[in-house]
Design a binder for this molecule. Structure first.
Ligand SMILES: Cc1cc2nc3c(=O)[nH]c(=O)nc-3n(C[C@H](O)[C@H](O)[C@H](O)COP(=O)(O)OP(=O)(O)OC[C@H]3O[C@@H](n4cnc5c(N)ncnc54)[C@H](O)[C@@H]3O)c2cc1C
Length: 337
């Protein structure tokens, strides 16, 4: 058996890794914080925000006003830009010293990179891309719900003997509450020494990707394979409805839409007020990305298509004449949907 870094009896507290960029916390970190507060209340444990970076003075002050009991701010000039090696080295040191019971991270590019390395360094388990988190009745163990075998099963994974219990969660799974504190939480400033061997990568320049963020769209029109390649009509519907365009994985794999427009398990979890889904069959890996929409309108020519089980309004027809008529109707109505 692999020796744990510390035992369950030595562990306490729920920690959330607060990812940040240009002075702002990542939305997924704030979403996680809301869920973590729930878990911490249930277990009666302290909720700690872990921030890491170069100069954390201002950000630590900002973190202290979030709905947290404590902030641990780990700083070093070598943490100014994210590198998995330096961040995992520093996080490993502070976690071994402070021994949290649970550590939650956003399943972002940085969070995934950090979580994987950290779990190996700490000799603990990591449940990646959870679709829900809860505490097991009776023993309070963290249960990470994940979909497995291509969405065919929902598995609940726990880590019984090793600590911390680690999980990553994708953006959009939980809802940010916006809860804050009236008075600042205590901040523990921790300076770490990072040896050159733990910092083999130098960030020379950062380029921000220009793209859409469909997770924030209030209205979404989604293309499936039924569109057969030309999304011009869907884009016209998007303009008419003032909506963003989303796509199934098939539509993305075929090159009809960019990757950051993919809805679903390996794409984006969305939460629009309205989702109009056209020509998509309704595979579970897709519908998990629209399950939280307030209203789903599905358009499919197959009356047996599973997408209709996820829809509030079902239109069984060929999508092309229906979407054309819808766009014409909205345009003739002066753009009012
Ligand atoms: C691990 C894993 C992760 C995955 N992640 C994702 C994910 O994140 N997102 C995702 O979307 N998929 C994902 N998939 C793929 C998913 O299983 C489905 O294959 C995919 O969602 C199907 O896309 P589709 O509905 O566009 O195509 P299809 O399943 O081929 O459905 C096309 C539908 O269009 C209808 N249609 C055809 N022509 C017309 C017409 N003229 N008018 C009206 N209706 C018409 C058909 O009746 C059919 O129902 C994943 C799969 C795996 C195994």
């Amino acid at each position: 058996m692999i020796e744990p870094a510390y035992t369950p009896a030595q562990a306490s507290g729920t920690w959330v890794f607060l990812e940040h960029d240009e002075g702002e916390f990542a939305p997924v970190s704030l979403e996680l914080l809301a869920k973590a507060r729930d878990l911490a209340s249930q277990s009666g444990s302290r909720l700690t925000g872990l921030i890491m970076g170069g100069d954390l003075g201002v950000l630590a002050g900002k973190a202290a006003l979030l709905d947290l009991d404590e902030v641990v701010a780990v700083s070093s000039p070598l943490l100014d830009q994210f590198t998995a090696e330096a961040y995992s080295h520093a996080a490993d040191a502070v976690i071994r010293e402070r021994r949290p019971d649970i550590l939650l991270l956003g399943a972002t590019a940085y969070g995934r990179d950090l979580a994987g390395r950290l779990a190996v360094m700490l000799r603990t388990g990591l449940t990646a891309d959870c679709t829900d988190l809860e505490l097991e009745a009776g023993n309070g163990l963290l249960l990470g719900e994940v979909s497995g075998f291509g969405g065919g099963i929902l598995a609940s994974i726990k880590c019984e003997t090793h600590r911390p219990q680690m999980a990553t969660v994708r953006p959009g799974v939980f809802t940010e509450t916006g809860a804050t504190r009236a008075t600042a939480a205590p901040v523990a400033m921790v300076n770490v020494d990072i040896p050159a061997s733990a910092h083999p990568v130098e960030v020379v320049a950062r380029h921000r990707k220009q793209g859409v963020d469909i997770s924030k769209a209030e209205r979404l029109v989604v293309a499936g394979r039924g569109f057969r390649g030309d999304l011009g009509l869907l884009e016209a519907l998007a303009r008419a409805l003032d909506a963003e365009v989303g796509a199934t994985r098939v539509a993305v794999d075929e090159g009809w839409a960019e990757r950051d427009r993919q809805v679903g398990q390996t794409g984006i979890i969305t939460r629009p007020k309205l989702a109009v889904v056209c020509g998509a069959s309704g595979a579970s890996q897709f519908t998990c990305g629209i399950d939280q929409a307030e209203m789903v309108v599905a358009l499919n020519q197959d009356p047996e298509a599973p997408i209709f089980e996820s829809a509030d309004l079902c239109v069984v027809d060929d999508l092309f004449p229906v979407v054309r008529a819808l766009v014409a109707q909205i345009e003739s109505n002066g753009g009012k949907a």
